[in-house]
Design a protein around this ligand. Structure first.
Ligand code: 13P
Length: 269
């Protein structure tokens, strides 16, 4: 299976100049890698960056002649196209601006914007209608983790996939990102054994919803950095990483990609 390394830039960086510097650095380092004689494109992860909406056009223009994808962090739940919704940007507009995927269900949006299950379902539906892929983020709080309730909490979050019409048509456009809330931005990560157990449970649960979801990549996110990526990359249960802080540094981002590249080469034997 194709692995993925996705940078969620959140509300960073501050200026267009910095966006340009970051995309240029990622691009030149990636192209250098790609042009090396022994580059094996079948094992190299698919890269994607998800800038702020205001930076989407610049990032996608900067990366348009590469196969690095650009995603967005959010889409409107009010309409898939245009309309009188002050402050919103629609799936249609994101696609037109160069986005090809959107995050849905990130814990920061669930908690700071009180996004409900209905909102998440609507966003996924709008994304698929317009041709965007969805990186569906799920994760348990520290309280749920401490109570040993991680898997039931994740199943509860995943069950909304049952409400999506025509899921069969879209299975190739769903990535699941397991991001424990307590791990995001804290430097704390679950053990690889815990992550593997959770990813296996996710796969089993989503396959029960729809057999075609057996092939949905399952990424880990939460304090992934250049120093700890190897352990995730070496696991056959981890199909990539959703990276926050470390994705704002081109060297660290590409180093995480390298970990998954080497991990995949080893797994492929
Ligand atoms: P950090 O990598 O900064 O912990 O953020 C993870 C995340 O929220 C990615 O979506």
């Amino acid at each position: 299976m194709q692995s993925w390394v996705i940078g969620n830039w959140k509300k960073n960086p501050a200026t267009l100049t910095e966006v340009n510097e970051l995309t240029s650095a990622i691009k030149s380092k990636f192209l250098q890698k790609q042009s090396s004689q022994d580059f094996d494109s079948t094992c190299y992860p698919q890269l994607m960056v998800a800038p702020s909406t205001i930076h989407l056009v610049m990032a996608s223009q900067s990366l348009e002649d590469t196969n690095i994808l650009v995603g967005c962090q959010d889409i409107s739940a009010k309409s898939a196209t245009i309309g009188a919704y002050t402050g919103d940007s629609s799936a249609q507009q994101m696609l037109n601006a160069g986005g090809s995927w959107t995050l849905v269900g990130h814990s920061e949006r669930r908690s700071y914007h009180r996004e409900t299950e209905d909102t998440l379902i609507t966003k996924m539906r709008f994304a698929f209608e317009q041709g965007l892929g969805v990186v569906f983020c799920i994760g348990e709080t520290i309280e749920a983790y401490d109570l040993g309730k991680t898997i039931p909490v994740l199943e509860e979050q995943l069950q909304i996939l049952k409400s999506l019409p025509n899921l069969n048509e879209f299975f190739a456009k769903i990535i699941i990102a397991y991001e424990p809330v307590w791990s995001i931005g804290t430097g704390k990560v679950p053990s690889i054994e815990e992550v593997e157990k959770v990813h296996q449970a996710i796969k089993q649960y989503v396959t029960g919803i729809n057999a075609s979801l057996a092939d949905a990549p399952i990424l880990y996110g939460g304090s992934v950095n250049a120093d700890n990526a190897d352990q995730f990359a070496a696991s056959k249960w981890v199909d990539g990483a959703l990276v926050g802080g470390a994705s704002l540094d081109a060297d660290k981002f590409l180093s995480i990609a390298d970990s998954f590249y080497q991990g995949k080469q080893q797994l492929n034997g």
